[in-house]
Design a protein around this ligand. Structure first.
Ligand code: AMP
Ligand code: MG
Length: 332
């Protein structure tokens, strides 16, 4: 595995060309996007995509997001491009929004876990876009980490999680959004959010009208979105959630755990925890909280904390992405 630093303000063509060459011959390259680092492969090459699943240890039922450089490239990969897709693409691409649409047969089944739909996104990162233009290929790219683990927001996180399972990492520093994209299902008559992210109903509804709850549109009651039922995005440390009103319980739990020899950290918004735990004050703004969340959990893991007590974030749309990641990370 090699790491090439790349300045996203003055992108060096040689680094992009080297990465593109690896991708063209079916290899894996980790690259920065605005959300998290992605583990990319040629989305039209089934054996290249199989390498993503092997490198991540990802179950084959969990489909991948395909990255494209622009709306025109997205249209080529779908069998239907509804008006809602045009509107959302114009409003939010490039950006942290993934659209699920009926796929063209050119996309191998392994990419979509056998589904007849594909998830597409134009990432808002100059390095990702340069790579997409250089390869002239759609790139399947899930987060560049082992399956079930925390997503990477720096090249160092990628290197630690994947090691030599990835050939090259393009290092453009920490990502800005910090959590994975919002996934919107456009297969039914009414769009729905399959996975919350930085963009929420408040941003999306003015563009396409009222959103449905997932099962109404797909009729897929048992499975709102493939791969979404697992514990996911989790640190090695055990993560436990506490209501904002339970600051005293955080302190009490923390003290009890420390007395039993655990190393305990607390992520707080307002609570002024004074227990013998490492207190991490998180930003009160949801976008800034999201940007810091995974990096903070990676740091705590690296420092050997066993338990992270987390003050729940507020209700409401703006916090939906962060809330979802915290819930998932706290599942046993
Ligand atoms: P990631 O792990 O960040 O690559 O995100 C992939 C997620 O996107 C999956 O877990 C699904 O929730 C969603 N997704 C990808 N492809 C599809 C698809 N064809 N239909 C529905 N959801 C999808
Ligand atoms: Mg992932």
């Amino acid at each position: 595995m090699r790491v090439i630093p790349i300045n996203d303000a003055a992108i060096e063509e040689t680094a992009i060309e080297e990465a593109a060459e690896i991708l063209r011959r079916g290899g894996l390259v980790a690259f920065p996007t605005e959300t998290v680092y992605g583990l990319g492969a040629n989305a039209l090459d089934a054996s290249a995509v199989a390498r993503i699943f092997a490198a991540k240890g990802r179950p084959s039922y969990n489909p991948l997001i395909v990255h494209v450089p622009n709306e025109a490239a997205a249209r080529e990969l779908v069998s239907d491009w509804p008006e809602s897709a045009s509107r959302l693409a114009r409003a939010f691409w490039p950006g942290p929004l993934t659209l699920v649409l009926p796929k063209q047969p050119a996309i191998p089944d392994i990419v979509t876990a056998g589904l007849d739909s594909v998830a597409l996104r134009v990432p808002a990162h100059p390095v990702a876009l340069a790579l997409l233009r250089a390869t002239r290929l759609p790139l399947a790219a899930p987060s560049a980490n082992r399956s079930m683990a925390l997503s990477p927001t720096t090249a160092q996180h990628v290197a630690r999680s994947l090691g030599d399972r990835v050939e090259l990492i393009l290092d453009a520093g920490p990502t800005t959004v910090g959590i994975e994209s919002t996934v919107v299902d456009l297969r039914g008559p009414q769009p729905s959010i399959l996975r919350p992210g930085l963009l929420g109903a408040r941003e999306i509804e003015p563009v396409v009208g009222t959103l449905a709850t997932p099962n109404e549109t797909t009729g897929d009651a048992a499975r709102p979105a493939p791969g979404m039922l697992d514990r996911h995005y989790a640190p090695r440390a055990q993560l436990r959630l506490f209501a904002a009103s339970e600051a005293a319980s955080i302190a009490r739990e923390g003290a009890a755990l420390v007395a039993r020899g655990a190393r305990v950290a607390a992520l707080v918004l307002e609570a002024s925890a004074s227990a013998p735990v490492e207190v991490v004050q998180m930003p009160a703004d949801p976008a800034r909280y999201a940007q810091r969340l995974y990096a903070t959990l990676h740091d705590l893991d690296e420092s050997g904390f066993n338990v992270v007590l987390v003050e729940r974030v507020p209700d409401g749309d703006a916090w939906a992405g962060v809330r979802d990641r915290l819930e998932r990370a706290s599942r046993p």
